[in-house]
Design a protein around this ligand. Structure first.
Ligand code: NAD
Length: 256
């Protein structure tokens, strides 16, 4: 379905981003990977699906590096047809204890980077009259939790950005949507589970059950493969009129 298209996925060296990159690659899209850590293994995993993969290590908190990454993608593949803004970090603390440097980093990586990639990707998408921007927001883009002021603010911001750009592109073949996952068992969440187990003196398994029980009525994690499937749907012709949505995949979290 996506043969000949190019997808750039930020924060795709692990977790949700890597899974979405692989789901899009399975549909034939060439992939530009980004993120920290080992890039060779994710690149090989994507290439094994029979497409071309390139990697750029831009730090999503640095606008000039983001610009360099977008130029790199265009030089390798001509243009970016599918932009997945996925890179994200978390920090948990009460607002009065929140380190200002962590606030700035979360807003920069989880929100402002999506502004920069989007503004740089949209012109070529408009010209081709086809494009997909998929922003990985969160259930925290729709509702809040205590101790996550920066993350909740950034993710609500991502949902707002999604709606605004969807309106700006509404008469074109470019669609802009957000995906709002509930709990997904990735490195980002494992850290919160481990911290909770240590803080409360309980087992990791108990901390995991408590975490799900608190928020996610299904009592099951959303999987990275399910999120990949939703991203593929949003790239399909069936989703041509899905515009400006914040699509929850959260085991019922935001239905409560
Ligand atoms: P993860 O920690 O496994 O992956 C995060 C990715 O972002 C990694 O590839 C990392 O290298 C990259 N990254 C971090 N800082 C970066 C920076 N400055 N520049 C470039 N890349 C950077 O986490 P994940 O759970 O896969 O999270 C992916 C996205 O999904 C995030 O935006 C997160 O907020 C969102 N999300 C996650 C969950 C969950 O339960 N795991 C739920 C809702 C939303």
């Amino acid at each position: 379905m996506l043969k000949g298209k190019t997808a750039l996925v930020t924060g795709s060296t692990s977790g949700i981003g890597l899974a979405i990159a692989k789901s899009l690659a399975q549909q034939g899209a060439n992939i530009v990977l980004n993120g920290f850590g080992d890039a060779a293994a994710p690149k090989a995993e994507v290439e094994a699906l029979g497409v071309r993969a390139e990697y750029h290590g831009a730090d999503m908190s640095k606008p000039e590096q983001i610009e360099d990454m977008m130029n790199f993608a265009a030089s390798k593949f001509g243009r970016v047809d599918i932009l997945v803004n996925n890179a994200g970090i978390q920090h948990v603390a009460k607002v009065e204890d929140f380190p200002t440097e962590r606030w700035d980093a979360i807003i920069a990586i989880n929100l402002t980077s999506a502004f920069h990639t989007t503004r740089l990707a949209i012109p070529a998408m408009r010209e081709a009259n086809w494009g997909r921007v998929i922003n990985i927001a969160s259930a925290h883009g729709l509702v809040a939790s205590a101790q996550k002021s920066a993350y909740v603010a950034a993710k609500h911001g991502v949902v707002g950005l999604t709606k605004a750009v969807a309106l700006e592109t509404a008469t074109t073949g470019v669609t802009v949507n957000a995906i709002c996952p509930g709990w997904v068992l990735t490195a980002l969440v494992q850290k919160q589970i481990d911290d909770r187990a240590a803080r409360e003196g309980i087992t990791v398994a108990q901390a995991q059950n408590d975490l799900l029980g608190e928020k996610q009525p299904s009592l099951q994690f959303t999987t990275v493969e399910q999120l990949g499937g939703l991203a593929v749907f949003l790239c399909s012709p069936a989703a041509d009129q899905v515009r400006g949505q914040a699509w929850a995949m959260d085991g019922g979290w935001t239905a409560q």
